[in-house]
Write a protein that binds this ligand. Sequence first.
Ligand code: GTR
Length: 338
Amino acid sequence: MKVRKLVLFAMALLAMASVVYANGEKEAAPAAPAATGKPIVLRLAETHPANYPTTLGDMKFAELVKERSGGRITIEVYPGSQLGQEKAVIEQVQFGAIDFTRVSISPLAAFVPVFNALQLPYLYRSEDHMWKVLLGPIGKELFASLEPSGFVGIGWFEPGARNFYNSKRPVAVPADLAGLKIRVQESELMVGMVSGLGAVATPMPYGEVYSGLQTGVIDGAENNWPSYESTSHFEVAKYYTVDEHTRVPEIIIGSKISLSKLSQADLDLIKQAALDAIPYQRGLWAAAEKAAEAKVKAGGSMITVIADKAPWQAAMKGLYDKQPSAIQYLVKRIGEVQ
Ligand code: GTR
């Protein structure tokens, strides 16, 4: 184990050194076309499987980078948590061993707490509202707030709305969750949200949820339709409640250590490619939500659609009052985005 860690560390150093070298060459000839210079290979960690819409979004991003750099910059996408679960991967990005990751902002908020503002329940009026926030000045400020913690904001992807599900009973009102052990992402805010509803919040990495449900360590979890389906959680937790409590943006972050070795032109090319991959991922997402819904229904999931969300909103409102003033201010500004 120790040896493996050392090898990984040495590999990270080597990767960084090669980026420095490539960059040195490029800086000497700033006007050189994109296709010249040393090849650069960067790694991106993704938790979802290769055929998941968000992973396909990562691949589109990598493809655009390759194309626009004339084949010089390769971003290798590692799907299926091959490089680790989200929290561990974020740490590795922070110290430069992994160049990029696409994660949910929920675990990222443990590193950069201002991101908690984006995952409060019933924050956005709609998917569209969320996108206006992410692509507008607030999204840019949030990207800037990543830098002191060693991250570079690269891009956003559609997360869908998250819903509760469990193996015990149909849930129609918040009180139905009382006493259920509900897995949450590794995020203090999510622990607070679920405990506030009277359930027992159990933070746990994504990859452990299926066995947790199967063995009864947890009774339920919460996620969007495509995740509920792709993980097969629907097979072991059939009561799905469409309460749409959160939209937790997906983000691509880069490692400041590793990316600071690139030229500004290359970094701009990478950021633009991530921006241009968004419509592709969003298109796939809409289709994947519908397909997942059909599949879990056919698989026997019992769906409770919440028509009146007012009791759910009321039950989670207290969470807003507990937020530090910087987050409350951001929430106010998010509300004002038209
Ligand atoms: C998914 C998200 C993943 C991961 C997962 C989880 O919706 O795309 O990045 O955060 O939820 O619940 O852990």
